[in-house]
Design a protein around this ligand. Structure first.
Ligand code: T4K
Length: 368
C-alpha cells in the first residue's frame, strides 16, 4: 500500500540544523516583538528576493489586511474571484467592497482588458493575484492604475522568488504580499510579508503590525498584532539556505508532468506565463470535456487511490455566501473564472515527491 500523496508537503531542512537557532532563542529569551532573527530574516529576504523593503508578518492574510490599511484604501477594490478566499476577506475586514472582474482564460490572472469597465467613482485600488506564481500583466494593470489614480496591491502569496523581465515580480504595484504558510514554496510554518518600495511605508507597516505602537507610550493607529515570532523567523533563515535546491526539485517535477501528460487527450497543462524565473509552486491541469472522466470524477478516483489533488480554486470566491449577493459576483460577469473553476485540478508537487509517484499519477490519468 503506497503512502498517501498530498497536493503539497512542506520542505523541512535537517532538524539538527535547527537546534543552534533554538539555543540562541533559549539563551536570549527573546521570543517575539521583532527580535534579532526577525531583523536578520527581513534583510536576508530582501537580498534573496531583490526587493528594497520587506516587513515580516504572522501570515499573509493579516499582511493583506494591513497592506490595505497602510495605503488607507476605502470604497471599492477591483479583484479576482479566482483565488483563495483570503484575498477578498482582507477587503471585507477593512469594510471595503470587492468588485470581481473576470480572469484571462490562458493565465487565470485578472484580465486587464476587463478592469476599466468595472471602475466607479468609489474605486480606490486594484488587488490582482499572481495565481500559481504566474505573473499578472503588470504593465497593463499599472497603466490603468496610473490613468485612474488607483493603488495596486498584489496578492503575491504564490510568487516567492518569481522574476519577470523587470526583475522580482514583487516590485510591481504599490505593495505586494507573500505567504510563507506550510503549503508554500518557502515556509516559516505560518508567515507572510509585505514588500514595500520605500522606507516610509515600511515604517508605517511596522507600526500597524505592532498595535500602532510608536515607542512605549505612543499609539498612532488602530494597528493589529501581525508580528512574526523569533521561532518562525529562525525557521525562515534555515529554509532560505535550501530554497534553491527545493525549487530545482520542483522544476524537475514540473518538467516530468509536462512530458508525461503531453499526449493525454482532454488534459491541458496550464502554460507557464513566460516568466524568466518561475517557482513551480503548483501544477495545475485543466480537465477538458473530451477527457473520459469529469474533473470531479478524476479528482475522486485519484483520492480513492491515495493521491490527493486539490481543486484550487473551486468554488470561486464570488460563489461563497458572503460574496454571492454582490452584482459583480454574477456568474455571467465571470465566464472565464467559472469555466476554469469547473476544470481545474492541482496535482501534487513538492520537493520530496518521488518521480515514481509522478509516473504513477500520470499513468493513472492517462489510463482512464
Ligand atoms: N492569498 C492567496 C492567493 C493564497 O493562496 C493564500 C493562502 C492566502 C492569500 C493567505 O495566506 P496565509 O494567510 O495562509 O499565509 C491552503 C493554505 O492554508 C493556504 O495558505 C493557501 N493559500 C491555500 C491555497 O491552501 P488548504 O485549506 O487547502 O490547506 P490544507 O490544510 O488542506 O493543506 C493542503 C495539503 O497540504 C494537505 O492535504 C496536506 C499538506 N499539508 C498541509 C499542512 C497545513 C502538510 O503536509 N503539512 C501541513 O502543515 O489551504
Amino acid at each position: 500500500m503506497n503512502k498517501p500523496v498530498y497536493v503539497t508537503q512542506p520542505y523541512l531542512p535537517p532538524l539538527d540544523e535547527f537546534y543552534p537557532y533554538l539555543e540562541k532563542i533559549w539563551d536570549s529569551k527573546v521570543l517575539t516583538n521583532c527580535g534579532p532573527f526577525h531583523h536578520q530574516l527581513e534583510q536576508a529576504l530582501c537580498d534573496h528576493l531583490g526587493v528594497k523593503h520587506l516587513a515580516l508578518f504572522t501570515n499573509a492574510t493579516i499582511a493583506l489586511v494591513t497592506a490595505l490599511q497602510a495605503l488607507r484604501i476605502t470604497g471599492e477594490v477591483i479583484t479576482t474571484p479566482y483565488s483563495f478566499v483570503a484575498t477578498a476577506h482582507s477587503l471585507l475586514w477593512n469594510g471595503i467592497k470587492p468588485v470581481f472582474v473576470d480572469v484571462d482564460p490562458n493565465t487565470l490572472n485578472l484580465d486587464p482588458a476587463k478592469i476599466e469597465s468595472a471602475i466607479t467613482p468609489q474605486t480606490t485600488a486594484i488587488m490582482p493575484v499572481h495565481v500559481y506564481g504566474h505573473p499578472c500583466d503588470v504593465d497593463a494593470i499599472q497603466k490603468i492604475a496610473d490613468n485612474y489614480n488607483l493603488k495596486v496591491i498584489y496578492d503575491a502569496a504564490h510568487a516567492f522568488g518569481v522574476k519577470d523581465a523587470h526583475g522580482s515580480v514583487l516590485n510591481h504595484g504599490d505593495l505586494s504580499v507573500l505567504s510563507f504558510h506550510a503549503t508554500k514554496v518557502f515556509n516559516t510554518f505560518e508567515g507572510g510579508a509585505v514588500i514595500c518600495p520605500d522606507e516610509k511605508t515600511k515604517i508605517r507597516i511596522d507600526h500597524l503590525k505592532n498595535f500602532g505602537h510608536v515607542g512605549e507610550v505612543n499609539v498612532v493607529a488602530p494597528g493589529i498584532n501581525g508580528k512574526m515570532s523569533e521561532f518562525n523567523a529562525a525557521l525562515g533563515l534555515l529554509q532560505l539556505k535550501y530554497i534553491d535546491q527545493a525549487i530545482s526539485c520542483r522544476k524537475q517535477i514540473d518538467a516530468a508532468y509536462r512530458e508525461r501528460l503531453k499526449g493525454v487527450k482532454g488534459i491541458d497543462c496550464l502554460k507557464d506565463a513566460g516568466e524568466k524565473v518561475a517557482n513551480y509552486s503548483y501544477f495545475p491541469i485543466l480537465v477538458q470535456a473530451d477527457y473520459p472522466l469529469s474533473r470531479d470524477d478524476l479528482y475522486q478516483k485519484l483520492k480513492d487511490s491515495g493521491i490527493h489533488p486539490r481543486r484550487y480554486f473551486y468554488p470561486l470566491i464570488s460563489d461563497f455566501p458572503m460574496y454571492r449577493g454582490l452584482p459583480s459576483a454574477n456568474r455571467e460577469n465571470l465566464p472565464n473564472a467559472n469555466a476554469a473553476a469547473q476544470k481545474i485540478l492541482c496535482l501534487p508537487i513538492y520537493p520530496d515527491l518521488q518521480m515514481e509517484a509522478v509516473e504513477r499519477i500520470c499513468h493513472f490519468i492517462a489510463s482512464q
